[in-house]
Design a protein around this ligand. Structure first.
Ligand code: COA
Length: 440
């Protein structure tokens, strides 16, 4: 009988000793923090709840500590205007927890392309004194996976003075470039609560109609990036009948999981990373997190890899689907603010629009309902309101889809673009838009 590999080796013993020597309580982990520290936290469900709770509880002993994150989901105690001089949130993208404070002005915002945050950290434009992250249990070689939020956190780990992990057995151990060695870690805490679940948004008839238009333009064998919001998810649902789709995306969620389950995603026609799905953060159900665990079909990579237009654009037939709040007749997308009131952030939208433009056979889709607030406001407007933050440039935008059809803008003049966009506006607003166009 062959014995195979001995699972216990010297490295493992050393790693385990190191692990034990670094294990502390969440309260004691805060002794690694000093006044003025800039703490980097991964996106969404990669945020470590016990560490952020301990920081919140002790926040009054610190001065000028910043916690920077994309898409904050839970409102910890430190989200508090009264104590912001002690610990303040800095958003890379407003999520449900950070949007109210951002709109009120006591949470800071740091503009970025998601794909460039690692470079900003590496070059010191964004400080990274400390990393707080969720992590999988350590493997036999002494590595943890930062699988839920690989994003910019990997870059921060290489820069930070202090790396503190919250190790939780519910965090999947994934493949890809998402591993941190015990020797890189300053302190560890352990937790075992279930990972936060984020359900799929409700999809109404407008979202479904938009999804249908987009799905009709996606061929078998295409590679997909699916953005955040109800409409990208509506598109996913309509792709169940396709064959040999591939995934090169930013966020992996339950929509993509359903396409794998029904056989529509095989990744076999990808010309780049054939057979593998790529993502940089996860947001979904326990089913998704279980699916990610040790799954050779999936690789989690830093966001400067997944979102770099020059890298993502190496995928032939790359289809990118991202939502916007409004668009003007030039094709400028105001996806992240309403006038000067911030709503979300640039995220990966612009990264993936440019990636699709570079991809052979690629198409970028900006999707939005034609109206807001019960058909009282047109989202297609002559000019964006003063102060609107522009997410995707008129020079990059290509397909724009509402429930009334598809506008194709690249290579079109200002007048042609305006005509295309008016044709997919809500019928109640078309005459008004035309009048505005004639004045312009
Ligand atoms: N005027 C007034 N209100 C408007 C409006 C307008 N022109 N456009 C939207 N709104 C309101 C909606 O009515 C809605 O309000 P409600 O919640 O009270 O119903 C709210 O703004 C959000 O609009 P909605 O279209 O439902 O947004 P969404 O939930 O689908 O999210 C974003 C869209 C925020 C994700 C998207 O705009 C965004 O941030 N894009 C940039 C980032 C990105 O694409 N990343 C992709 C990679 S993950």
């Amino acid at each position: 009988m062959c014995s195979g590999f001995d699972s216990e080796n010297t490295n493992m013993k050393t790693a385990r000793d190191l692990y034990q020597s670094k294990l502390v309580s969440a309260t004691d982990a805060m002794n690694h923090i000093g006044d003025g520290d800039f703490i980097i936290v991964p996106s969404g469900v990669g945020e470590p709840p016990q560490l952020l709770t301990a920081l919140s509880e002790q926040r009054k002993r610190f001065r000028d500590v910043k916690v920077a994150q994309i898409l904050a989901l839970r409102k910890y105690g430190y989200f508090d205007a009264e104590t912001a001089q002690h610990v303040r949130h800095v958003a890379f993208f407003y999520g449900p927890a950070s949007r109210p404070g951002g709109q009120a002005g006591w949470i800071d915002f740091l503009p970025n392309y998601f794909g460039e945050i690692p470079r900003l950290i590496e070059q010191g434009n964004i400080p990274a004194d400390v990393v707080f992250s969720m992590a999988s249990p350590m493997d036999e070689h002494g590595f943890f996976a930062l699988s839920l939020g690989t994003d910019y956190t990997m870059a921060a780990v290489t820069k930070a003075r202090t790396v503190i992990l919250e190790v939780n057995p519910n965090v999947p151990f994934t493949h890809g470039q998402c591993h941190v060695h015990i020797s890189q870690v300053s302190a560890l805490i352990e937790s075992c609560e279930p990972i936060l679940e984020v359900g799929l948004p409700v999809i109404g008839s407008v979202q479904a109609a938009i999804g249908k238009y987009v799905a009709e333009m996606i061929n078998d064998g295409a590679t997909l990036q699916i953005g955040y919001g109800a409409i990208p998810d509506a598109v996913v649902i309509q792709l169940a009948e396709k064959h040999d789709l591939g995934i090169h995306t930013e966020m992996i969620g339950d929509g993509i999981l359903s396409l794998v389950a029904c056989g529509a995603v095989t990744n076999q026609k990808k010309n780049f990373h054939t057979g593998k799905m790529l993502a940089t953060f996860a947001l979904g159900s326990q089913k998704l997190y279980r699916f990610m665990h040790q799954n050779p079909q999936l690789e989690m990579h830093p966001v400067n890899y997944t979102n770099d237009p020059a890298i993502a654009g190496l995928n032939d037939n790359l289809m990118t689907i991202n939502a916007s709040l409004q668009i003007d007749l030039l094709g400028q997308c105001g996806s992240e603010s309403l006038g000067n009131i911030p709503y979300s952030g640039t995220g990966g939208q612009s990264d993936f629009v440019r990636a699709a433009n570079r991809s052979k056979g690629g198409k970028s889709f900006i999707v939005l309902p034609s109206t807001a607030k019960n058909d009282t406001i047109s989202r297609i407007v002559p000019t964006l309101a003063s102060g609107t933050h522009i997410t995707t440039s008129k020079n990059d935008v290509n397909y724009v889809v509402t429930e009334f059809g598809v506008a194709q803008l690249r290579g079109k003049s200002y007048r042609q673009r305006a005509e295309e966009l008016i044709a997919i506006a809500h019928p109640n607003f078309r005459a008004e838009l035309r009048k505005a166009l004639n004045r312009m």
